[in-house]
Ligand binder design. Structure first.
Ligand code: IVH
Length: 667
């Protein structure tokens, strides 16, 4: 291979790493997203042509490897300790006095850091390359979550070697989920009928525990470093060491401060108690560390925590208010969700007046009644929730909330769902349900039909103009102009937007259908794997389950949806009206069309990810296990049980070269 090409690839990687660092570490991007994407595409293109030049630390290889069965355990080289807590300035002064006494009045510097509310992580860099990531676990032993952590864009896969990092470096820090990502993840989960995460920390922990790194990659996790396991080279103190980590390319929290007396520490801590709401990630306090390593050594540690470090914990902000009423909302799946309206109250930086009560069991569990004084908090500092009723302030007239026996919108019958948590309106034609389904269908993340807001949809439904998704595509200018408060121009705009939406990518249409458990992510997986709407519609639950990431519940839900005659009819009508979902995935050829292929052993010119990609791009389907349905197995070096099974079943086996020949001419 020409060394020119290797150099070009290497240069691109360095450039991308540099811009990643400017973006994620210094927060000072120098190029536009567009230019960045161009660099990235260029690298991907070169690597696709020359897979032998792909290295694991290439920025294109963040998501690689297959879903795993379980995590390996990793024993930490030195224990990952926890920190003792303080809750007020007096306790902080007490900490300072203990330190001063032990250090016999030496000068002391403190480093004050934000206490990021996430998960402690240990990252190992060997010769500047990220080789291992482990959770804290019990402090002694944690889980090997390397594949998942590699997907976190603010974590460099390779350190900036110009700054000569040590050969072996163990970095510690916090993986977290930004507040906005937490809110949108919960939004998607609620739309897909999945359980919600209580806070960003749980969401981050849940995302790292996933066995499939591709899902972790979509969770938008981030990272701040706060220490090393061993002092770096000649650095004398913590602050210097943090600065070095930053030079190496690791993200350091920009609000880290060095100060020389405890009153200044207290001032900083107090200021963050309110400023914290302006951050786009959640902090649960501050961490105060003695700066000098020599002094840290003198102070020592207990079995649980270092004596040179303390946290200052913020209380979760709460407010009390009065419940004025409880509404019931009907969602697109028919789920009835009680929502509390309360007297507006300031909480964690904004005024709040409503909170979802999630379900009727929750009302019972908290025994919430209209007129009650309640304590409210914000999950992830964003989503208001009622925590508890304040005892002793209930009016004697306060009545228990009556659980609805009929849908408040259509009077239809309500039933508990299979999981036994939500009540659902059983009337498929419930107008409230239809309205929500339509709002979801046209939304920006789905079919993106501009100008078709809830008020217009409400009129379509109440006038009986739209009863199914297909009806949207049958609307005429006359239908729209006749709505209340509708001008000719707006009506035309709506019609144009509907027309434009006919050619959205397949995954958007699949997502827009609102099938339970099928949000944007699953819709994309499904569309990429199946290729056409017809294939998705006709697949059995068993066939769908063969797709990685699609578990039995999702598969069944999809199959059930398309088994219904009315859904199939609705889709046929849509297609008749000219809806023509597009396939975003570029197919290079049809040479593997319909073929089910298993790849096993070590391949020379492909990584696991690139072989998968190549098979898909040529129309084939990759499967993880050999069965009679397998068309052929590509066997690399050291192929083991899968090759054996193929031979036993009489399945055709090809070498890597033979495989390359199959796709060559048509690329
Ligand atoms: S230092 C021995 N610094 O808080 C001290 N920890 O409650 C090691 N945390 O397990 C930790 N931000 O996960 C340190 N700036 C920070 C931190 C921080 C968050 C977490 C960390 C630790 C937990 C202790």
């Amino acid at each position: 291979m020409s060394s020119e090409l290797s150099k070009q690839i290497e240069k691109l990687r360095e450039e991308i790493n540099h811009h990643d660092s400017l973006y994620y570490v210094s927060n000072k991007p120098e190029i536009s997203d567009y230019d960045y994407d161009n660099l990235f595409s260029k690298l991907k293109e070169l690597e696709a042509k020359h897979p032998e030049l792909i290295t694991t630390d290439s920025p294109t290889q963040r998501v690689s490897g297959k879903p795993i069965k379980s995590f390996n355990q990793i024993k930490h080289n030195s224990p990952m300790l926890s920190i003792d807590n303080t809750y007020n300035p007096e306790q902080l002064r007490g900490f300072d006095q203990r330190i001063r006494k032990q250090l016999e009045d030496e000068d002391i510097e403190y480093v004050v850091e934000l206490k990021i509310d996430g998960l402690a992580m240990s990252l190992t860099y060997q010769d500047s390359i990220l080789t291992q990531a482990a959770t804290r676990g019990d402090g002694e032993t944690g889980d090997d979550v390397t594949s998942n952590v590699r997907t976190i864009k603010s974590i460099p896969l390779r350190l900036n070697s110009k700054k000569t990092p040590p050969e072996l470096l163990e970095v510690r820090g916090e993986v977290y989920m930004p507040k906005k990502s937490f809110a949108s993840l919960n939004q998607l989960r609620s739309e897909a009928g999945e359980n919600l995460f209580a806070n960003p920390r749980n969401a981050a922990a849940g995302s790292l525990k996933l066995l499939d790194p591709r899902i972790t990659a979509s969770r938008n996790l981030s990272f701040f470093t706060y220490s090393t396991a061993e002092a770096i080279g000649n650095s004398k103190d913590h602050y210097q060491s943090l600065k070095k980590l930053k030079e190496f390319g690791l993200p350091l929290n920009p609000h880290t401060k060095k100060v020389s007396d405890i009153e200044k520490v207290i001032e900083i801590c107090n200021s963050w108690e309110t400023k914290r709401y302006e951050l786009d990630y959640q902090i649960d306090g501050m961490v105060i560390k003695v700066n000098s390593f020599a002094q840290q050594e003198k102070l020592g540690t207990t079995a649980r925590s270092p004596k040179w470090c303390i946290s200052f914990k913020f209380p979760a902000e709460q407010a009390t208010t009065i419940i004025e009423s409880i509404d019931i909302q009907v969602g697109k799946t028919g789920a009835l969700t009680p929502v509390a309206n309360f007297k507006p109250v300031k909480l964690a930086g904004t005024v709040v007046k409503r909170a979802s009560l999630h379900n009727f069991d929750e009302i019972k569990r908290l025994d919430i009644r209209v007129g009650d004084t309640v304590v409210v908090e914000k999950a992830g500092e964003i989503i208001p929730q009622v925590m508890r009723v304040v005892d002793g302030e209930r009016s004697i007239f306060a009545q228990e909330f009556a659980i609805p026996t009929k849908c408040p919108e259509c009077g239809g019958e309500v039933r508990k769902d299979k999981e036994g948590v939500s009540l659902r309106c059983n009337n498929k034609d419930c107008p409230a349900r239809l309205k929500e389904k339509l709002i979801y269908f046209v939304a920006r993340s789905q079919m993106d039909i501009e100008n078709l807001g809830p008020a217009v949809i409400e009129q379509f439904v109440s006038k009986g103009l739209v009863k199914t998704f297909a009806d949207i595509y049958k609307l005429t200018l006359f239908d729209i102009i006749n709505l209340d408060r509708m001008g000719q121009k707006s009506a035309q705009n709506i019609l144009e937007a509907i027309e434009k939406s006919k050619k959205r990518p397949l995954w958007r249409l699949v997502c827009a259908l609102g099938i339970r458990h099928v949000g944007a992510q699953n819709a994309e997986v499904l569309s990429n794997a199946m290729g056409t709407l017809e294939a998705i519609m006709t697949a059995t639950a068993e066939e769908l389950e063969e797709i990685e990431q699609i578990g039995p519940i999702i598969a069944q839900s999809i199959a059930n949806f398309f088994a219904l005659e009315e859904n199939r009819k609705m889709i046929e009508e849509m297609l008749e009206c000219g809806v023509e979902p597009t396939i975003e995935k570029k197919k290079y050829s049809d040479s593997l069309k319909g073929k089910v292929i298993v790849a096993t052993g070590t391949l020379e010119n492909f990584t696991r990810e690139s072989i998968k990609q190549t098979i898909k791009e040529n129309g084939g389907k990759i499967s993880s296990s050999v069965s009679k349905k397998t068309d052929f197995v590509i066997a690399g070096k050291n192929a083991g049980s899968k090759l054996e099974k193929a031979n036993k079943l009489g399945v055709r086996v090809v070498t890597e070269e033979e495989f390359e020949d199959m796709i060559k001419d048509e690329v």
